[in-house]
Design a binder for this molecule. Structure first.
Ligand code: HEM
Length: 481
């Protein structure tokens, strides 16, 4: 009797402790949510908020640094479904991994969603960066940028881009090359020449040094203290802004000189679209943010292109055939044209496959402007929503053997628009796609026609944190033709 009584008491105690712990955990979870997510608590998808303060950021970092870089999302998707709650980079958010849901989030801007970047990032990229703008201002600025990076304009820039590729590649002969450094050199030069063609060499060197400080700060922790990368970036920004403003004033004085770059388009915006002239600070932000948007993304893709082509001799062979065929139809030393670019089909597939495996952008962010319903799921108003790109592109249901570099998966097929979105989709789809693809194709052309091939100078491996890259930057030696 006594034994039964104490067993019963013990059971009741355990029941109450369990109740207390689970309600305590739920209560704690509730407290750690943002006010927006608290309001919609009952309808929130499953997920975990991880540890206090850091949330699941360390778990994500751990996965990205492991041999299974996409396991963070894949594990949660298995456990909680294709929309889950998590806590990353300082705030709770909802993460989407479903292609249809991604499309919905990225294509339905106002009144449902809006772009969302951390406030501290706006201090680096500027409040007038395209990714910060919304509504009609976003539409107008986007149109102006698109007019510079459209195929119609880029067709006049082919020989300039080719020259930049040749001048980088010429220096590769007979020395150990760190491809990551060279890729950054090339993509920086291409971006600068299309965005703000700084003529004077001394000015260009200061601009470059300050731009690299800006870019390091954009990726650093936003700690505004003396000596931090973030503070250095803010100081670099002031200097860059002054240089762009000087360039604007000089160009306004010498109207007859043509530059054929984005800065010229922005200064002449009223002539182009009949709208108000842009303020200097708007032009500064658009110039600097476009340079930032197109720099690491293109450089990392180029680095992985050289890596994957080097790993796949058959692909190198087939690319050589494609580009020699293009050369055969041209006179000696005749520059590449837009029509040649359009013939580089295998090169485009190689770029697709490279971006699929080593997508330079991990995820895209939006914020809900009101309660949003999609397929029975609710996104409460004012919550951050994340669309995962890399996990989408390595989903085995969409891409069998996702980590195999396999061009056959693209041949003769049009990619499903929802399943392959390295440049995003909807009203914020990348404005630099055509420039990025053209500079990558032209680099492949010059690389495979100027050299027989290349071999690793040291063993190297991909890494995925803090961004995709190669651990040693991919050291190689090229072979003469
Ligand atoms: C391989 C290279 C590139 C990749 C993978 C890439 C990817 C992307 C993605 C995914 C977005 C959408 C962002 C979002 O929806 O939140 C985007 C937007 C943007 N990209 Fe790119 N990009 C590349 C190259 C470039 C280049 C070369 C430029 C310019 C010279 C550029 C300029 C921009 C700008 C200005 C936006 C903002 C568009 C808007 O908000 O309307 N990108 N890019």
């Amino acid at each position: 009797m006594w034994e039964w009584g104490s067993l019963l008491e013990g059971g009741v105690l355990i029941f109450f402790i369990t109740l207390l712990l689970s309600y305590g955990a739920a209560g704690l979870k509730w407290l750690r949510l943002s006010p927006a997510l608290r309001k919609g608590y009952r309808k929130l998808p499953k997920g975990s908020l991880g540890w206090p303060l850091v949330g699941e950021t360390l778990a994500l970092q751990h996965c990205l640094m492991s041999t299974a870089p996409h396991s963070f999302v894949n594990d949660r998707r298995r456990r909680y479904g294709d929309l889950f709650l998590t806590h990353l980079f300082g705030s709770p958010l909802l993460a989407s991994t479903d292609p249809e849901m991604n499309r919905f989030i990225l294509t339905k801007e106002e009144p449902l969603f809006t772009a969302s970047l951390p406030k501290t990032l706006s201090m680096v990229v500027g409040q007038n960066a395209l990714l910060m703008l919304t509504g009609d201002r976003h539409k107008r600025m986007r149109r102006l940028l698109m007019s510079m990076f459209s195929p119609e304009v880029l067709r006049h820039h082919t020989d300039r881009i080719q020259q930049l590729a040749v001048s980088v590649l010429k220096s590769w002969k007979g020395r150990k090359v760190i491809v990551a450094d060279e890729a950054r050199e090339y993509t920086y030069n291409v971006a600068l020449s299309s965005i703000m063609n700084v003529g004077r060499k001394d000015k260009a060197e200061v601009f470059r040094a300050k731009f690299l400080e800006l870019r390091s700060g954009a990726r650093a922790l936003p700690i505004d203290l003396p000596g931090t990368a973030f503070r250095t970036a803010l100081q670099a920004r002031k200097c860059l802004a002054q240089m762009v403003e000087e360039e604007i004033n000089e160009r306004k004085r010498t109207k007859e000189v043509r530059y054929d770059d984005l800065l010229e388009k922005l200064i002449e915006a009223p002539e182009a679209d009949g709208g108000e002239p842009l303020r200097n600070e708007e032009i500064v932000d658009l110039i600097l943010s476009s340079m930032l948007a197109g720099f690491d993304t293109s450089a990392n893709t180029l680095l992985f292109l050289v890596y994957y082509i080097g790993q796949n001799p058959q692909v190198l062979h087939d690319l050589k055939m494609e580009h020699q065929e293009i050369l055969r139809e041209k006179a000696t030393n005749e520059p590449l044209t837009y029509a040649d670019y359009k013939k580089m089909r295998l090169s485009q597939l190689t770029i697709n496959e490279t971006m699929r495996i080593a997508n330079p952008i991990l995820s895209l962010h939006r914020r809900t402007l009101q309660d949003v319903e999609f397929d029975g799921r609710t996104f409460p108003a004012n919550c951050t929503v994340q669309v995962w790109l890399r996990s989408l592109h390595t989903d085995p249901n969409l891409y069998p053997n996702p980590y195999n570099f396999d061009l056959d998966r693209w041949k003769g097929k049009t990619p499903n628009g929802n399943n392959f979105i390295p440049f995003g989709m909807g009203p914020r789809r990348c404005v630099g796609i055509e420039l990025a693809r053209m500079e990558l194709c032209f680099f492949i052309h010059c690389l495979v026609t100027m050299y027989r091939g290349w071999e690793p100078a040291e063993e190297d491996k991909p890494r995925y944190f803090p961004e995709p890259g190669m651990r040693k930057g991919l050291p190689i030696y090229v072979h003469d033709p």
